[in-house]
Design a protein around this ligand. Structure first.
Ligand code: ADP
Ligand code: MG
Length: 645
């Protein structure tokens, strides 16, 4: 076995390990929960907890933690040791089913958007058996959902799981119409993570990078990314070593890290894993981000995950590749002749309807102070949501709307005119890098999310909106006989495509004409976070999440509050940092420089009374004017409120 095969998943209590370690009846029951969503009982949990603990201790673990994603979007953990002292002065290592299933962190110290007051501290974490437990730094980490004492979700995972259930239920109704049995349907996600690596020494010199993750002042370098040398360029040895260790650590954690390369901006890189079910993929993305930050320090580097660390060069995104899969088969795979693949067309029409109807929510999901600097620049998609289908699928959709017949061309052969080079089959469609929501062969790629964001929000929205499209279809097909079904379904697809045609745009999303055209089509253009967030608490949004039990109205409102608060706090930190830099670093430098110029003026005047000193005098005036302006403003900024502990 290769080294990679040996280490892959070594630190994960995955299906293989469960089968090895659990009595077969327990294993079967647990699989029923993981694969079919069956409820879990405490007896099963007790057996699983014991096996998990034995396994973890063998691998050096001393502690366990419920690993969860509060509304800050990052992960949280509190470590408890397995020790249980006994009377004779020794200790045994114990871990019960109850400890596995349920934890009780203090909910008041996490953002809750008003759902929890400080005095109402109780919160619960609940084991999510669909994402495997793993060992990180001698701690057994158990992925969990997090809710308040009164049962409201206080995390990113719970509504995501609820939305996956909603799609599963509605997709099964649709599949049943096609004569398929009830089956496990999941949405799949592949998260491409972009990041910067810079030297620790440079980083430490910049208070703005340390506190805000981005530079607030600066000057464009003489050489930026204009030579297009970095993208896919040879990887520097120190970065390569970092990437190798990162791969090893991720593989041990069962994260299928697959592709790594240099990105467009200097010092920018990307890691793409193989896709997984959305819940697991998001857990894995968070782990990846954590490992990146941690391992960079082994190489004297710092990993920047901010969306726009430096002005004038590209920022970092996190492309959310998304599809739906039923018993492992991809429902967005068009096959050779998409127009005759009715099931595919129904799901495709569903996505188009979902994205058009809930475009503002999708835009909202990618809104943050950091991403505001990225969206709409000539590097990331604009703030307008539109969909790119590509030539082939675009022609299929056009033909359906026009009621014409169209059959796909066979894929053409690519001949490069050099006998030694192999001929290969060309794809039926080119790529469009400017589209925020692009079909890429058998999945959609949502390119708006920023590198720092937790992808749960956008997937929760996509899944719920998709559930709504599928529900509408299934409702309308109810009562149709088998003979009537195909014609009615095709008719439905055509009508849906016609009604939502405006969201499809195959042109250049960076062009000046597009915002004008988009406005004519009635598409939303919410340029900043402040413009984008309010749609979250619109009646349309509250109704959608309520209809599928993904978020209750108080949950929607609290999440909106948390997002607003985070935006405001980020802006405040940036402003306070700017003021600190100006007063502590720039003002003394300005004064020193001014004194130096004044000294020079005097010296030159003495040596050469007729010298032209107007430029120096002007510069001195500018500096003194700037210094006076800075001194006009109060030095003290409001301090942040401290949280109770
Ligand atoms: P790109 O050319 O867009 O940079 P990458 O290879 O970097 O492509 O990333 C593509 C991502 O899409 C990978 O994470 C891949 O696993 C994921 N992907 C492929 N098929 C699916 C699917 N059916 N559902 C979700 N993600 C998918
Ligand atoms: Mg990529």
């Amino acid at each position: 076995m290769s080294k990679v095969q040996e280490i892959y998943g070594a630190m994960v209590f995955d299906e293989h390990t469960m089968q090895e370690r659990l009595p077969s009846a327990t294993f079967k029951q647990l699989m029923k929960t993981i694969k079919d969503g069956a409820p879990l009982d405490l007896d099963v949990a007790n057996v699983v907890a014991h096996a998990m603990k034995e396994w973890a201790i063998e691998l050096g673990a001393t502690h366990y933690t419920h690993w969860f994603q509060p509304l800050s979007g990052i992960t949280s953990e509190k470590h408890d040791s397995f020790i249980d002292p006994i009377d004779d002065g020794h200790a045994i290592m114990s871990f019960s089913g109850k400890e596995l299933i349920q934890g009780e962190p203090d909910a008041s110290s996490f953002p809750s958007g008003g759902l929890r007051a400080t005095f109402e501290a109780r919160g619960y974490t609940a084991w999510d058996p669909t994402s495997f437990a793993f060992i990180k730094d001698e701690v057994l980490c158990i992925p969990t959902a997090f809710c308040s004492y009164t049962g409201e979700a206080l995390d990113k995972k719970t509504p995501l799981l609820r939305s996956m259930r909603a799609v599963e239920e509605q997709a099964n109704r649709v599949l049943e119409l096609f004569g398929e049995p009830h089956q496990r349907v999941v949405t799949t996600v592949g998260a491409e993570q972009e990041y910067f690596l810079i030297s620790e020494k440079d980083y430490e010199k910049r208070l703005d990078l340390v506190l805000c993750g981005r530079t607030l002042f600066g000057y464009s370098p003489c050489k930026g990314q204009e030579m297009e040398e970095h993208y896919f360029g040879a990887i520097r040895p120190s970065v390569n070593n970092f990437m190798k260790e990162l791969d090893d650590e991720l593989w041990k954690l069962g994260v299928p890290a697959k592709t790594k390369h240099n990105e467009v901006a200097p010092c920018q890189h990307e890691l793409a894993p193989l896709f997984a079910n959305a819940n697991r993929a998001i857990d894995q993305n968070l782990l990846t981000m954590e490992e990146m930050r941690l391992l960079a320090s082994h190489y004297g580097l710092v990993c920047l995950e901010h969306e726009k660390p430096f002005e004038h060069i590209n920022g970092s995104g996190k492309h959310n590749n998304w599809s739906i899969s039923a018993s492992g088969k991809n429902l967005l795979d068009p096959g050779d002749d998409p127009i005759s693949n009715l099931r595919f067309l129904v799901f495709l029409a569903g996505v188009i309807q979902a994205v058009d109807d809930y475009q503002e929510l999708l835009r909202m999901s990618a809104a943050s102070a950091g991403n505001d600097h990225r969206l709409g620049a000539n590097e990331a998609p604009p703030a307008i949501i539109s969909m790119f289908l590509g030539d082939e699928l675009g022609r299929v959709v056009d033909a359906l709307i026009a009621g014409e017949d169209y059959h796909s061309d066979k894929r053409a052969e690519m001949d490069l005119g050099v006998a030694e080079l192999p001929n290969f089959l060309k794809d039926n469609s080119d790529r469009n890098r400017t589209s925020p929501f692009a079909f890429t062969g058998n999945k959609f790629e949502f390119r708006m999310p920023g590198s720092e964001q937790n992808l749960s929000d956008c997937n929760m929205i996509l899944n719920t909106a998709m559930a709504k499209s599928l529900k509408e279809f299934a409702d309308q097909m109810a009562g149709k006989t088998d003979d009537e079904f195909r014609a009615a379904a095709l008719d439905y697809v055509k009508r849906t495509l016609r009604d939502h045609q405006r969201i499809i745009f195959n042109g250049d999303g960076y062009s000046d004409e597009w915002p004008i055209e988009a406005e004519r089509r009635g598409l939303a253009n919410n340029k900043t976070t402040a413009d984008a967030l309010p749609c979250f608490i619109s009646q349309k949004s509250i109704d959608l999440f309520g209809e599928f039990n993904v978020l209750s109205e108080p949950e929607v409102r609290s999440r909106y509050e948390v997002k607003l608060e985070k935006y405001n706090k980020t802006m405040n930190i940036e402003i306070r940092t700017m003021k600190r830099l100006v007063r502590r670093d720039y003002l003394p430098a300005i004064n020193r420089f001014a004194a130096e110029i004044a000294h020079n003026i005097n010296e030159i005047r003495q040596a050469c009374p007729e010298a032209d000193l107007r430029t120096q005098e002007k510069k001195l005036q500018t500096l003194m004017f700037g210094s006076a302006e800075i001194n006009k403003h109060p030095a003290k900024s409001p301090t942040s409120k401290s949280a109770p502990t």
